[in-house]
Design a protein around this ligand. Structure first.
Ligand SMILES: Nc1ncnc2c1ncn2[C@@H]1O[C@H](COP(=O)(O)OP(=O)(O)O)[C@@H](O)[C@H]1O
Ligand SMILES: [Mg+2]
Length: 264
């Protein structure tokens, strides 16, 4: 059963409609990627789901109870060191200091932070280290829903792959649902169970692609091939504003994409 249900969602800033007639469902344990170009309303949609904005029209029925967010900027508390930043949500949940430090330290180790890093304050950490801390903070509370707003987009490819691996491990171990936003189709192909393509002006959903291949079997070759196939789909080209005629061959959208790249 879907624990997040969105129907007929429209959002306006002033008179400008930035989302129009959006609907989606997300069951527990599923990773849904919303992919689209800058300005198509992805962050707005995530803020609406997080309850940080009130929709102009439509329904958002969110039954998830333990929600964590991760954004493009790490948004760490500058007056807390790394371990206390990771443990922040646990403190808010009332966990005692020794227990929350122990859990935070375990997560930090798994994310490649050492004891020295944990004593440092955000301004003493590199951008990559800050991202590790931010992911640790999001995962520490063992969320049932994780909202990701392009948290990996500024990272180098090696760190991206490290964080993807860790994130997938946690999702698989805990059955976390993930609503992730990205303009990077390849990231969506690596991580998601379903990709929903958005187009701008006003922001709307134009197509959905299921990715049925088991996550453990998604090697680089499969990811590159599937991303390449999707890039030729009409809905993807429309979403990114690409010239349809420059696709090397016409692709009949989901049916062909599934046959070429998404079979289990
Ligand atoms: N607080 C705001 N007030 C007015 N317009 C906004 C606000 N936030 C975003 N917008 C506009 O809404 C549109 C969608 O923005 P956003 O949701 O950030 O898109 P995305 O995350 O896909 O890049 C853009 O045109 C943006 O300029
Ligand atoms: Mg955004």
């Amino acid at each position: 059963m879907s624990r997040l249900r969105i129907e007929g969602l429209t959002h306006r800033y002033g008179l400008t409609e930035v989302l129009s007639g959006v609907g989606l469902r997300l069951p527990a344990g599923q990773t849904l990627a919303l992919v689209g170009p800058s300005g198509c309303g992805k962050s707005t949609l995530l803020h609406l789901v997080a309850g940080l904005l009130v929709p102009s029209e439509g329904v958002i029925d969110n039954q998830f109870r333990n929600i964590a967010c991760m954004f493009q900027q790490a948004r760490l508390m500058p007056w807390k060191n790394a371990i206390d930043n990771i443990a922040l949500g646990l403190k808010a949940q009332g966990m005692a200091a020794p227990a929350r430090r122990a859990r935070a330290a375990g997560l930090a180790r798994a994310l490649g932070l050492d004891a020295d890093d944990l004593r440092k304050y955000p301004q003493e950490l590199s951008g990559g280290m800050q991202s590790r801390v931010a992911l640790g903070r999001a995962l520490a509370i063992e969320p049932d829903l994780l909202l990701l707003d392009e948290p990996f987009s500024a990272l180098d490819v090696g760190l991206k792959l490290t964080l993807y691996r860790h994130l997938r491990g946690e999702i698989d171990a805990r059955g976390t649902a993930v609503l992730m936003i990205t303009h990077d189709l390849m990231e969506a192909v690596r991580l998601a169970d379903r990709i929903v393509m958005m187009a701008p002006d006003p922001g709307r959903m134009v197509h959905e692609f299921p990715l049925q291949r088991a996550h453990a079997l998604r090697d680089d070759a499969w990811v590159y091939q599937t991303t390449g196939t999707l890039m030729q789909a009409r809905a993807v080209r429309l979403g990114f504003g690409l010239d349809e005629t420059s696709a090397s061959q016409p692709v009949g959208e989901a049916t062909t994409v599934r046959a070429a790249g998404c079979a289990t």
